[in-house]
Design a protein around this ligand. Structure first.
Ligand code: UDP
Length: 235
């Protein structure tokens, strides 16, 4: 494996599979098996999981809700995803801890940075839930923040496409996939990698972002082994 400590960002939609809402247990089990492989390979693995398969604050606000309240609901949604992923990992023997940015001690540990790092050193997967604990942020930004905090070498952004393109590949057959990009190019052209806050945080802390397609079986392992299967954003 190429990396020692990584941060894997899984969107809520990644857990949804072909459903239009919620969680597909089979999809989660598949993701858990791939994570088990990289953990067995000695990679210290932290995960930030999104909540878009259940609730998004922006959507709630668009429907007339108070934005901050809607965002808190979105953060709670990520906890359900985190617990589902934890269950799937533990079922196949991978020691896992969920840490939440909003405390709910009956179901998970609170986020404690040094404790998270100790878990990682002991080979436990740490799943960060409830985003950053702050409304008006995203789980992409949380991924960048936690990666910087725990000293991860890289952020892996698992998506539905195999990297970043110069145009929409579904609309434009000549669209070209970038193998590598720099942060400024992504920011200047508003390319769909992560939101701007997340990109800036990664840039300031020199953390590369690897965008890859999660829907191809085995890709988490390939990406962590350093195979050029997606787009790498760096300095
Ligand atoms: N959220 C938030 N603060 C955070 C992270 C997330 O308020 O630090 C809320 C926000 O409403 C967001 C929702 O949680 O829409 C779910 O997260 P996100 O949309 O990032 O999930 P993903 O797109 O990765 O599934």
């Amino acid at each position: 494996m190429r990396y020692r400590r990584i941060l894997l960002k899984l969107s809520g939609e990644a857990l949804m599979g072909r459903l239009s809402y919620g969680i597909d247990p089979e999809v989660v089990q598949g993701i858990a098996r791939e994570i088990a492989e990289i953990v067995a390979g000695g990679v210290q693995t932290a995960i930030v999981v999104g909540g878009g398969n259940i609730f998004r604050g922006v959507k709630g606000a668009a429907a007339g809700m108070d934005r901050a309240t809607a965002d808190y609901i979105g953060m709670l949604a990520t906890v359900m995803n985190a617990m589902t992923l934890q269950d799937a990992l533990e079922q196949i023997g991978v020691a896992t801890r969920v840490q939440t940015a909003i405390s709910m001690q009956e179901v998970a540990e609170p986020y404690i940075r040094r404790r998270a790092m100790r878990h990682l050193e002991k080979g436990r997967v740490v799943i960060f839930a409830a985003g950053s604990g702050n409304p008006f942020f995203t789980t992409d930004t949380t991924a960048a923040l936690r990666a910087a905090e725990i000293d991860a070498e890289v952020v892996f952004k698992a998506t539905k496409v195999d990297g970043v393109y110069d145009a929409d590949p579904k609309l434009n057959p000549t669209a070209r996939r970038f193998e590598s990009l720099n942060y400024n190019h992504v920011l200047r052209h508003g390319l769909q990698v992560m939101d701007g806050t997340a990109i800036t945080l990664c840039q300031e802390n020199n953390i590369p972002i690897v965008v890859f397609d999660l829907s191809v079986a085995g890709n988490i392992c390939r990406a962590v082994q350093g195979e050029p299967i997606g787009t790498i954003v760096g300095g």
